[in-house]
Every structure is written in C-alpha cells, then in structure tokens.
Design a binder for this molecule. Structure first.
Ligand SMILES: Cc1ncc(COP(=O)(O)O)c(C=O)c1O
Length: 303
C-alpha cells in the first residue's frame, strides 16, 4: 500500500498489539537521559514507557482548534540529546492526519541528525473525505531511521486479540526483537494464521474508510441540534467535542456526569496531557452501530 519493499523476517515484528510494539520499540531504542519528543494530547502509554526506560519526554503541545504542528516551533525542541520523535497519524484523540507538507517538514528537521522516528499508524485505514493515509513507509529516507506501528485490532475490529506489528529497517528490527523476545517471545501462532487468512481479502480493509466515514457523518448529522461543538474528524474513529456551552465543570467531572446521568460514555481530553490541560473538550468514539449512535445522539441533544 505504501510502495515499500520490506523483508518479512528481518524487517517486520509481529507483536501483541500496537501496545507491545510500542513497548518493545521504545524500550530498545530509548536509553537513560535520551530525550523523546512526544506530541500532546498523546495516547496514554507513550510517556510511561519512555520514563520507564530512563528517557525524558519533551512535549510539543497541539492547540485547538486546528491541532496542527507548527514545525518552526517544533524544531525548537530539538537538542543534542534528542534521540527520537514519536508521532501518531491518524491522531488519537484529535482525529487529525499528517499531510505531505508535515512529512516534508519533519524530513527537513531530522536531516543531518541521528534522530529516530517512531510513527504510530494504528488507524492507517481510517482516513476520510477521499484523503489517503501517508505512512512513514512511503518515505524511504525517513523509513531508514524509523519504525512504523500497526494494529490488526483496529483494522479487524478485534482489539482483544492483541495483534499488531512493527516495520523497521533490519538494524532497528534487530534491536526491537531483543526486547520483544524477552517480553512475549512470540504472539499466538493460531492468531497469526487467522490474521493471515483475513489479509487475503483486500476489500475488508480497503472498505474501512467508507464504513467509518458513514458512521462519522451519521453521528455529526444526529448531533447537529446539540449544544456540543464538534471538531472535524479527518481520521481514526474519534470525534472531539467542545462542551463549553453546556457546562464550565472540568472535563473529568463532565464525563462522569455524562455517563451516570445521561448514559453516554466519553473520554476527557485532559487525560491526554501531562499537565492535565483543561480545554473543555471530550472525545467521543463513533465505532458503534447506527442504533447506538442514534440513541447516544438523542440523549446528547437533550442536554
Ligand atoms: C494511537 C494508538 N496507538 C496504539 C494503540 C494500541 O493499539 P493496540 O490495541 O493494538 O495495542 C492505540 C489503541 O487505542 C491507539 O489509540
């Protein structure tokens, strides 16, 4: 899909989900006092793994409403101790995606350095409005210094199976597999056989963008009369919503109330920030049946 030619044994590691891939990658590549640039809001496991390896997370904060990276400001975070840049596209929780310009800017920043790139692409097939996912694997020069992380859990609606993989040039895969080997040794063989059968059917993953875009559009339409202000969702199955017209309480208190009183669960966005930043934003997930989305929107529109 991304025009890369990779060796199955020496450049791919099958992992227990994207999570174990990230754990094995970061544990192998981050050493004490290494700085790792993390983009916030960030998926919850990134910083704990970096810290556990003795690394120092250096945070670049995305700002609403666009949640885009200002690459000039980003470049200011680079130091002689920068070991690695950790990025995520499509992005959880902001539902933004990397553009070709983002990749070009990143390439300029790392040129002439030894900085590694870890690209978390677990939502690769969930990109909407006719746009395409741009993978690290599409950029041969960047791939030489990087690892891309994927998850069969997201692609096959089976996060409980804990199946994913990491793709990296052999010199990095060699290091990652040292950790992977003593971490899980291997992931269950019968699941690998099952997934390899699913992969034969290209339509299953190539139809995912339309499948989820329909859900996104349905939820957006159903929420049109609500007092929540929805942010555009370009990818992933998440949808950010601003609730400032409804309540001034903290996002954690607000989602507790939403769950207990109204029966709809959401995630407070402050938990994706180290400093607990309060933007009165919550994250909905539209990976649900139409029936559930309809019921949820009905409840939310009454608030
Ligand atoms: C951005 C991101 N990366 C990685 C993962 C982990 O994926 P997996 O369930 O395959 O471990 C998730 C899961 O929610 C995620 O949102």
């Amino acid at each position: 899909m991304y025009g890369a030619s990779v060796h199955p044994a020496s450049e791919i590691t099958i992992t227990a989900g994207g999570s174990e891939a990230l754990y094995s990658i970061l544990t192998a590549l981050v050493h004490p006092r290494d700085e790792v640039i993390v983009i916030e809001p960030a998926f919850d496991c990134y910083k704990p793994i970096i810290t556990l390896s003795g690394g120092i997370p250096v945070v670049y904060r995305l700002e609403k409403p666009s949640f885009r990276i200002d690459w000039e400001a980003f470049a200011q975070l680079i130091s002689p101790r920068t070991r690695l840049i950790l990025l995520n596209t499509p992005h959880n929780p902001t539902a933004t995606i990397f553009s070709a310009a983002d990749w070009a800017a990143l390439a300029r920043i790392v040129e002439g350095t030894n900085i590694l790139i870890v690209s978390d692409e677990v939502y690769e097939h969930l990109v909407f409005d006719g746009q395409s996912h741009l993978s690290l694997l599409s950029y041969p020069d960047l791939f030489q210094r990087g690892v891309a992380v994927f998850s069969f859990g997201k692609t096959y609606h089976g996060t409980g199976w804990r199946m994913g993989y990491a793709v990296a040039p052999s010199y990095l895969t060699h290091e990652i597999q040292k950790v992977h080997q003593y971490n899980v040794f291997a992931v269950p063989t019968f699941l690998q056989y099952a997934i390899s059968d699913f992969i034969e059917d290209r339509a299953a993953y190539l139809s995912l963008a339309d499948f989820y875009q329909e859900k996104r559009d349905f939820f957006e339409r159903a929420m049109a009369q609500s007092r929540f202000r929805l942010f555009p969702s370009q990818g992933s199955y998440f949808q950010l919503a601003d609730y400032s017209q409804i309540s001034q309480s903290s996002d954690v208190d607000f989602v507790k109330q939403l769950t207990k009183v109204h029966g709809v669960a959401a995630i407070p966005v402050s938990v994706f920030y180290n400093n607990g930043q309060q933007d009165q934003l919550i994250r909905f997930c539209f990976a649900k049946t139409t029936d559930i989305l309809e019921q949820a929107a009905e409840k939310l529109c009454k608030i």
